[in-house]
Design a protein around this ligand. Structure first.
Ligand SMILES: O=C(O)[C@H]1O[C@H](OP(=O)(O)OP(=O)(O)OC[C@H]2O[C@@H](n3ccc(=O)[nH]c3=O)[C@H](O)[C@@H]2O)[C@H](O)[C@@H](O)[C@H]1O
Length: 460
């Protein structure tokens, strides 16, 4: 190979190496530049993500901040009742807080300030009105679920609003909302009536009983125990806790460990849960075992209510009989008597002893029967309705399906009488007369109702 050629070749090689070196540097620069852009973009995305996260999830340690944020989001997102009025009256807003305070403030010296859960319900609406009437502060709480016709609940709400009782629309399982209520108002009492009711429906929708009667109750107790001052709590248990008990009449001393339905089991669980919160946190707790409550503004899922409807529509009704072909009987209790029992229990409830989640001493723990002390067979209930409606029922006698029912209930109420003078005064015929009068008026029915439904004693 000629020398010059060799020299040329080595020059070319060097040149190529130099060029490749330059290309390398250039590509590295390009690479560096693009990684910088990538790095900055990543940083930006991360910042945005952190910002979004911070907005959506405030620090959990600050429960009040979390509650405020949660409420802000709810009011921002909410539709219907609250958002349709004005943004300032949405949950957590200034106008909302004002309504909550006004409704909860007693109008008489030393009046109670009561949070009534289930205030749009049957017993809840009656109790709210009674408390308001004597000058207590009442704030309602209800989720307006559709277990039965929600328009009846809305009608009850209207009735309460006319008496300046405000119902906050919310669920028992909404901790931040409940905490917010206690931040705004130092309630002296809770009358806890919100629940999944109905004995037979538990076979169709068991989870709803767990969600309301157990999880919801525990959530409410958690909020109450942490409140300062802690409220005293009166709540609705049920005659169904006696289950397969055969001793008669039912006394608070009797066995309640044989529930016949999931409904009964959740109410019994409630009584045990109440014991726990009383024991650990010093909450004052009173459970009231209601016995088949009936009356005006009642629950459409109950037999007396849908029997009335079906009789008027000429539909046949099932009348249950026991497996050994005996009549089934209930200690039907009129709503006004139950209201007196609830108010008596509230008035005699001692203060909770704890504060801010700490027990400071032994607190009151009570359970009472609230019944009528006079069981009536379902067949007799139907005869009374036939008389009041002026229509014969198409009766279909069948064996009681195995769906959680018990053959009879009968209350001994001497304990409630001793402690707060509870004494039922309305028999089934008088109570049903008031119910039928309300029913035909509310549903605008023109039945062949006998004159006695407009009896002077009617005051429903
Ligand atoms: O005291 C309670 O703790 C419970 O009372 C109420 O339960 P119950 O006493 O079962 O009332 P309710 O359904 O009106 O049946 C009445 C009678 O009619 C019979 N019944 C019922 C339906 C039917 O089609 N035919 C029939 O004969 C039936 O066998 C029964 O003998 C509440 O609903 C419940 O929420 C809870 O509070």
């Amino acid at each position: 190979m000629p020398l010059s050629a060799t020299a040329d070749t080595s020059k070319t090689v060097k040149l190529e190496r130099y060029n490749s070196y330059l290309r390398k540097i250039h590509s590295t620069k390009v690479l560096n530049a693009s990684s910088k852009v990538l790095f900055r973009a990543t940083l930006l995305v991360a910042l945005v993500l952190v910002l979004i996260f911070a907005i959506n999830y405030p620090p959990l340690s600050d429960s009040r901040a979390a509650a405020a944020h949660h409420l802000h989001r709810r009011s921002f997102l909410s539709t219907g009742l609250f958002s349709s009025s004005s943004s300032s009256s949405s949950i957590g807003g200034a106008a909302w807080e004002k309504r909550v305070r006004q409704s909860s403030t007693a109008k008489r010296p030393h009046g109670l300030s009561v949070l009534v859960t289930g205030a749009a319900g049957f017993v809840g609406s009656h109790c709210s009105l009674a408390l308001r009437k004597r000058g207590d502060g009442v704030l309602g709480f209800d989720n307006f679920n559709d277990y039965y016709d929600p328009s009846l609940k809305r009608a009850r709400q209207e009735l309460l609003e006319k008496q300046q009782v405000f119902i906050v629309e919310g669920d028992l399982n909404d901790g931040p909302l409940l905490r917010k209520l206690f931040d705004v108002v130092p309630f002296t009492h809770i009358l806890h009536l919100a629940a999944q009711a109905g004995v037979r429906y538990a076979m169709k929708n068991p989870q709803s009983y767990i969600a309301s009667n157990i999880a919801g109750f525990v959530n409410l107790l958690e909020v109450a125990k942490a409140a300062n001052p802690q409220p005293a709590i009166v709540w609705a248990s049920s005659s169904s806790v006696y289950g397969l008990n055969t001793e008669n009449p039912f006394s608070e001393e009797h066995r309640t460990d044989q529930p016949a339905s999931l409904y009964a089991a959740t109410k019994k669980a409630g009584e045990e849960i109440a014991h726990t919160y009383n024991h650990i946190y010093g909450l004052s707790l009173t459970g009231l075992r209601f016995f088949t409550v009936y009356g005006p503004w009642g629950r459409p899922d109950m037999a007396y209510f849908f029997f009335t409807k079906d009789i008027l529509h000429g539909k046949s009704i099932d009348i249950y009989r026991t497996q050994d072909n005996q009549e089934v009987a209930r200690d039907f209790t009129y709503i006004d008597d139950i209201v007196k029992g609830c108010v008596g229990a509230l008035d005699t409830a001692e203060k909770s002893t704890g504060s801010g989640g700490k027990k400071r001493g032994q607190a009151q723990l009570r359970v009472y029967n609230l019944g009528n002390t006079s069981p009536v067979p379902v067949g007799r209930l139907v005869s009374i309705l036939e008389g009041l409606l002026g229509t014969k029922a198409k009766k279909h006698l069948i064996k009681m399906p195995r769906n959680g029912d018990v053959p009879y209930t009968h209350a001994n109420v001497s304990l409630a009488y001793k402690d707060f003078g509870y004494k039922p005064t309305t028999d089934l015929a008088a109570g049903l007369r008031k119910f039928v009068k309300w029913y035909v008026g509310y549903y605008g029915i023109q039945p062949r109702v006998k004159k006695e439904t407009s009896h002077a004693e009617d005051s429903a």
